[in-house]
Design a protein around this ligand. Structure first.
Ligand SMILES: Cc1ncc(COP(=O)(O)O)c(C=O)c1O
Length: 409
């Protein structure tokens, strides 16, 4: 485990660590503003993964040889790094998954549901935090209770309180919307749900990237996040669960590692987190995620938050000036994600014209169709910022939008 020395935040230093940022696209310097979909990777992550494969690789656990022991140590060190990063208390509360989606599926699949049991979720969830609950509706007769939002992604805590009833099994909410950037008042949500004895799952796939998370202080029951948005590799995600909550979940997949004993007649299970890590886990990816979190925390995180807020504010201020742009989501407590529509233009066309100018944004429903319906649109364009974006990237976005307007308007 390498813990990088803390260094003051400097966007140019962050950029210098990320090799892909120096490439060109369509003959233009790359301006990468699709970070909410997936972030680019620092050299430290690439080197950690390649280094593990070059220098010390074997399957983890059960090993009786040096390489197996070294790799097991590196894998478990990565778990400890994630626990520290999330303020999780103990590494045993951290389950490695293949992504944020699988983490939520593990929870949904693990609950015992009777017909009429209720799941509370908001209309601004990513499909990853909707479809697993629909499975429970289809298969076991669960009832989905939908929490509406205001136009900016704000939720009404009084309405939430009223939605939670005696049949509520879980409240499953995004911690930060991947479309509106709106942040959920998580501490209030947890307080309200816990007052009625109901557990809370927070989808932290976006929030974990943009600000420090302290799960112990938050007292949340389950939290998920995903490696590829945290400057780490694909194929790795995280499910955090309080020890008693993880212990109460039915296992998700069956196979090696997740068992205690297997006979012809019975099977008993390993303790969490291994109970939920059937088969050979994503070893190299976990090591890469550990390196990514070490890289993130090598910078002063408060300074990074200030920098990302400046990017967001500059983008919001510039787009507000354009009477042919509609902004979606202007919450006060909002991360560095800016969704918008251009008058008389389809977001896909906008994104394609921006791409020709080297500016990468995303357009579509962003895996949030109920939110699109709530906003009365079929798609939006979305610029999402990261630690390595410069203020000039915002200016490049605005210049490119003017060009798109000329071509499409
Ligand atoms: C809010 C949110 N939840 C869940 C996911 C799914 O994560 P993954 O791609 O790791 O399965 C995403 C990814 O876009 C997301 O933005």
């Amino acid at each position: 485990m390498t813990i990088l020395a803390a260094r003051p935040f400097d966007v140019e230093a962050a950029r210098a660590d990320v090799p892909i940022l120096s490439r060109a696209v369509h003959g233009q310097p790359l301006v990468y503003l699709d970070n909410a979909a997936s972030a680019q990777k620092p050299e430290a992550v690439i080197a950690a993964m390649a280094g593990a494969m070059r220098g010390s690789y074997a399957n983890v656990h059960r090993g009786l040889h040096a390489l197996a022991n070294e790799t097991t140590q590196a894998y478990e060190d990565a778990r400890a790094t994630v626990a520290r990063f999330l303020g999780a208390g103990s590494p045993e509360t951290i389950v490695f998954t293949k992504g944020g989606t699988q983490a939520i599926n593990i929870v949904a699949n693990g609950l015992s549901i009777q017909p009429g049991d209720e799941i509370v979720l908001s209309v601004m969830e990513h499909h990853s935090n909707i479809v697993p609950w629909h499975f429970l509706r289809e298969r076991f007769g669960a009832v989905l209770r939908w929490l509406d939002i205001d136009d900016d992604g704000g939720i009404d805590l009084g309405v939430l309180d009223a939605l939670i009833g005696p049949r509520t099994k879980i409240v499953a909410l995004t911690h930060m919307s991947n479309v509106l950037g709106a942040k959920t008042p998580a501490a209030d949500v947890v307080r309200i749900a816990h007052a009625k004895g109901v557990p809370v799952l927070l989808d932290g796939c976006q929030s974990a990237v943009h600000g420090a998370v302290d799960l112990t202080a938050l007292d949340v029951d389950y939290f998920v996040c995903t490696g590829h948005k945290l400057y780490g590799p694909t194929g790795i995600g995280v499910l955090y669960g309080k020890p008693d909550r993880l212990a109460a979940l039915r296992p998700f997949e069956g196979g090696g590692e997740m068992i205690d004993r297997v006979t012809r007649d019975v099977v008993t299970y390993n303790d969490p987190p291994h109970r939920f890590e059937a088969g050979t886990p994503p070893i190299i990816e976990a090591i890469g995620l550990g390196a990514a979190l070490d890289w993130m925390t090598s910078f002063d995180r408060t300074a990074v938050e200030v920098h990302e807020a400046a990017l967001r504010d500059r983008a919001m201020a510039a787009l507000r000036e354009l009477n042919w742009i509609t902004l979606h989501g202007q919450a006060r407590d909002k991360g560095a994600i800016v969704s918008f529509s251009m008058k008389d233009a389809h977001p896909h066309d906008v994104a394609q014209i921006l791409d020709r100018q080297g500016v990468a944004i995303r357009a579509g429903h962003h895996c949030a169709q109920p939110l699109m319906e709530r906003l009365g649109v079929t798609a939006t364009a979305r610029a999402s910022f990261a630690i390595y974006n410069r203020l000039e990237d915002v200016d490049a976005l605005v210049t490119a939008l003017h060009k798109a307007r000329k071509m499409l308007g």
